[in-house]
Design a protein. Structure first.
Length: 614
């Protein structure tokens, strides 16, 4: 099926200078000096709620003592892909440890009504060819994704290696034995030779620092810990019939809320949707997988599809290249290609190309605003729901039921952009424009600790390397790594995530390649009989300098954007920034790593064996 250019307003109909001013004004009224500090560390009663698993009972067990080759911290996609690549290298003496009750990570915890991935499932879900399985539709439901997580562990023989409902309390390097000492809240002691930090970026729910939050006497929960006992229904059948006499508020209008709001609107007596910044939400075509198409696919199809998606979302299509994804994420590239093809694909300088891309950005976002206006009947509500920002300032979304929900009489939008967030909570509800609005339940769709301090993101009290040095102090002003994977002073420790490396539009492709790189280093060290592998300070410093010298300067674009985790909540110079990338791009980064591995000497790493005294 041909993916056609989307109908967008003609550039001549837009006053782009005026739009720039409008975007800036909308950004400025949402900016606040606290940046990431507007979100508070989960504590008190809410901490107890996060420690409780609403999906599976925590069963008592005896403390474990285990010597391992590798301990993988995490059981989500990062941990699964680290484990998969270790098995492919013949390394099997490992465990995954996670505070969830099973493999799955964010897809274990998140079971709110309406949950689906908002990326093309054929790109997002890893190891489709390797497991011989296909998603049932373009955007998989959460239950299907969770099942695929378990499928990966079962298919590659490490389903029995998970240690669940367990929190790491300390992670300390013991130089005397050349191993890490890992303590847990279950009294365990693990002695792994290598540790992989596969903790993910969506593992720790965060709360907005609302005045009076502890005074509220009603029900509160985070969407990542959905309470079906309170709402009624279940993950499999989200009929929220216990809300029929309840006044409910949901705080947040990002990806989670956009999926959950239609269900809350259907069942709650009254629903208040509390919004600081609207999302850009397109229509959602979610066809079932065409079995004839699936049967026709050749080996390597998933990597080719991921590459196609990456070019559309972060680079550009080549002349005549088809758009295999054909959704909101690829619209700008698709439209650009159609227009340039119609012009005979003229030669453009980079500056000319980017200028035209910027114009297309404004045109696409104007289409998004027109979509709001065509659906939402109340003019004031429609105006508040319009996204006034550049395309990638917030995560692009798609949903067919979100905007129509605001036409229901029991749904009211609470726009808190003027007050930069909710004013306060009270015993009975919350304050808006000085008026108390009473609710029975407050649901937080406020996201995860994506860009906050590592202590909050990882939740591990102590991580100590050689000479007791704290990793948190070592990286206080940002990461220091070789290849985004290892750091000096912390032997046999590996990192996965958005840390000084190449970025791919499919996060699972990115972390999968990280797992592949880590597994190569571990397997090579074990094959040589080495006990300790550590990046040298010189190699680390040289890589950081090289990375920073090539890193594209995206600060101007980021500062144009309304606050979100995409731009570290608007901080001008954040110590920890996501989406820093290898300047020459994803494929250049992978080629560099492959050349490094092909050399075979682990250049830049100190690889040594220990001779221990009797």
């Amino acid at each position: 099926m041909t993916c056609l250019k989307t109908n967008v307003p003609d550039a001549a109909t837009l006053d782009i200078p005026a739009l720039r001013e409008k975007y800036a004004a909308e950004r400025d009224k949402r900016m606040q000096t606290r940046g990431q500090e507007q979100y508070v560390k989960v504590s008190g009663e809410m901490q107890d709620l996060y420690a409780t698993d609403p999906h599976r009972d925590i069963e008592p067990r005896e403390p474990m003592f285990d010597e391992l080759d590798v301990l993988i911290l995490g059981g989500g996609f990062s941990g699964l892909l680290a484990a998969y690549h270790l098995t492919q290298q013949g390394v099997t003496n490992f465990r995954n440890i996670d505070h969830a009750g099973d493999f799955g990570g964010v897809w274990y915890w998140n079971r709110y009504p309406g949950i689906q991935c908002d990326n093309d499932a054929y790109c997002y879900l890893p190891l489709l060819e390797e497991t011989g399985w296909m998603p049932s539709k373009k955007f998989s439901d959460g239950a299907e994704i969770y099942a695929h997580c378990k499928r990966i562990a079962e298919t590659f023989g490490f389903a029995d290696k998970g240690v669940f409902h367990t929190l790491i309390t300390s992670l300390k390097w013991d130089d005397a034995i050349g191993r890490w000492r890992v303590g847990t809240n279950r009294g365990d002691e693990f002695l792994p030779r290598f540790v992989v930090m596969a903790c993910g970026v969506l593992n720790m729910p965060k709360l907005p620092g609302i005045k009076g939050i502890d005074s509220f006497k009603g029900k509160m929960f985070h969407t990542a810990r959905w309470d079906y006992d309170y709402t009624g229904g279940s993950h499999a059948a989200p009929v929220l019939d216990k809300l029929k006499d309840k006044r409910v508020a949901i705080l947040g209008t990002g990806a989670t809320a956009v999926q959950a709001v239609p269900y809350l609107a259907k069942y709650a007596k009254q629903l208040y949707v509390i919004q600081r910044t609207p999302s850009n939400i397109d229509e959602r075509s979610n066809p079932l997988t065409d079995q004839e198409w699936a049967a026709s696919l050749e080996p390597g199809w998933q990597r080719a599809r991921q590459d196609n998606f990456h070019r559309a979302a972060m680079e550009f299509f080549a002349p005549g290249e088809p758009d295999l994804i054909c959704d909101i994420w690829t619209e700008i590239a698709r439209n650009m290609q159609a227009e340039l093809d119609a012009e005979g694909y003229p030669e453009l300088s980079l500056e000319e190309f980017m200028a035209r891309r910027e114009v297309m950005d404004y045109r696409v976002m104007e289409r998004m605003r027109q979509r709001v206006e065509s659906i939402v009947t109340d003019k004031d509500t429609a105006e508040a729901l319009k996204p006034w920002f550049r395309f990638l300032c917030k995560r692009p979304l798609s949903n067919d039921e979100y905007y129509p929900a605001f036409n229901q009489p029991n749904v009211k939008l609470i726009d808190v952009s003027a007050t930069q967030g909710l004013e306060a909570m009270t015993e009975k509800g919350f304050l808006h424009n000085g008026e108390e609005i009473e609710v029975d339940c407050m649901i937080f769709a406020s996201g995860f600790e994506v860009t906050s301090d590592l202590e909050r993101r990882w939740g591990i009290p102590v991580i100590a390397g050689q000479n007791g040095q704290s990793l948190y102090d070592h990286w206080r002003d940002g990461p220091l790594t070789l290849h985004g994977t290892m750091t000096s002073g912390f032997p046999n420790q590996f990192f996965m995530g958005y840390i000084q490396g190449g970025l791919n539009s499919s996060v699972t492709e990115m972390i999968g390649r990280q797992g592949e790189h880590i597994a190569h280093i571990v397997a090579t060290a074990l094959a040589r009989g080495a006990d300790v592998v550590e990046t040298t300070r010189e190699a680390q410093d040289a890589y950081v300098a090289r990375f920073e010298s090539m890193e594209p300067d995206n600060s101007a674009f980021a500062l144009e954007c309304t606050p979100s985790y995409f731009n570290n909540e608007g901080e001008a110079k954040p110590k920890w920034a996501l989406f820093r990338q290898w300047g020459p791009g994803w494929h250049d980064f992978q080629a560099m790593l492959q050349a490094w591995r092909d050399q075979g000497d682990l250049e830049g790493l100190s690889v040594r064996s220990r001779v221990l005294a009797d």
